[in-house]
Ligand binder design. Structure first.
Ligand code: NAD
Length: 355
């Protein structure tokens, strides 16, 4: 099969790590008879420099016309003082919106060889964990009515958390479907003891669960979930939650793994087409020095192969190659903690030979 992938390398270390992921995909493609055709487009700060806007129309069109999108990262100090509509991040928000990507999937796995990097208690880290957060991405508080008005207390501001049955149903389905490919457990996180929107969330998730009798569903209040993630993260398989709770909990979960240079993510919509990106930013402090760890982007490419193209075996091969190089003791600077380290390009070479 031939797959068309639009690349959005972006700014800072983005081009280095996207290039590494393409080399890995090409190697896997060669081995399995699949080919990947890439179209690279500008978005973010580099597009602002060239065209004066963060997301040129042609770049967006290339994303919409592709089988999936692989993104590096956008942004950097050079563009930080621009007004909101001209910020590099606007490119990401617009791509997500136009592609109808309402589900953000963030796996967080504690690799046994990197246990010492986790801030968890030693006995908790020893048990390890492998969880996936499914966060609703286009609704809730970040998109609800907000504003300011004068009240007796002076200037007052408000934001609104609103969710429809349609929005909750479609994100719940993503969680249950994904759980079926893992350990068949879903934990739905809400604040149903206080919020009406959470009560509708809970009722709706339970309704969706009726279609998935093979998947176990558990509810958890968000304050408890924040504690449980630190106390016993091994209990979680798939977590499904709202935009704002998911934003906070996914950052917490990622820190438990000890390195943001290792974590991939996927954003999905109604179709198979998605956008895949590392969770870290453009790391301007190390850009152009060959110090960027390519693993998060390489694992994002593996997620693309599995979730958008149905190439699970090829995705497994990439993930096994990552495990192998880490088992061999190879480390980029971000995960070397003062010990010896190799360059980003050497890590890519090691991944290619592990394949
Ligand atoms: P960052 O994730 O870019 O960097 C935080 C720290 O982690 C830095 O010390 C960096 O060197 C290190 N780091 C990050 N990725 C690494 C990798 N692959 N290998 C080795 N080290 C790595 O976060 P930041 O510094 O807060 O943000 C920098 C810029 O990135 C900002 O402009 C921010 O807006 C943008 N950003 C973009 C995205 C995105 O495009 N999705 C996400 C977050 C931040």
């Amino acid at each position: 099969m031939k797959y068309n992938i639009t690349l959005v390398p972006g700014d800072g270390i983005g081009p280095e790590i996207v290039d590494a992921a393409c080399q890995v995909m090409d190697k896997v493609g060669e081995q399995s008879g699949h080919s990947f055709h890439y179209t690279s487009v500008l978005a973010g700060g580099c597009a602002l420099d060239k065209y004066g806007i963060p997301l040129p129309e042609d770049s967006l069109k290339a994303c919409l016309d592709s089988d999936s999108v692989l993104l590096g990262a956008v942004g950097g100090p050079k563009w930080e003082t621009l007004p909101g509509h001209l910020r590099p991040e606007r490119a990401l928000l617009n791509i997500r919106k136009e592609m109808g990507l309402f589900a953000n999937l963030r796996p967080a796995k504690l690799m046994s060889v990197l246990r010492e990097a986790s801030p968890l208690r030693e006995d908790t880290a020893k048990k390890g964990f492998d969880l996936l957060i499914v966060r609703e991405l286009t609704g809730g508080m970040y998109f609800g009515k907000s504003g300011r008005y004068q009240s007796e207390g002076g200037e007052t501001a408000f934001d609104t958390e609103a969710y429809s049955v349609h929005e909750i149903t479609r994100i719940a389905k993503v969680a249950f479907e994904t759980a079926r490919t893992r350990r068949s457990q879903v934990t739905s996180i809400d604040k149903a003891n206080v919020l009406e929107s959470s009560r509708l969330w809970r009722e709706t998730v339970h309704k969706v669960a009726e279609d998935y009798p093979d998947v176990t569903l558990k509810d958890m209040l968000v304050d408890n979930a924040a504690m449980q993630l630190v106390q016993n993260p091994a209990q979680f398989d798939v977590i499904v939650t709202s935009n704002i709770f998911g934003d906070i909990l996914s950052d917490e979960a990622s820190q438990l793994t000890g390195s943001i240079g290792l974590l991939p993510s996927a954003s999905l919509g109604e179709t198979k087409r998605g956008m895949y990106e590392p969770i870290h930013g453009s790391a301007p402090d190390i850009s152009g020095q060959d110090l960027a760890n390519p693993i998060a982007t390489v694992l994002s490419a593996a997620m693309m192969l599995r979730l958008s193209f149905g190439l699970s075996e090829e995705a497994d091969r990439i993930e096994n190659a990552v495990d192998k190089v880490l088992q061999q003791g190879l480390r980029t600077r971000d995960i070397a903690w003062g010990g010896p380290y190799i360059k980003g390009s050497e890590m890519t070479k090691a991944l290619l030979s592990a394949l």
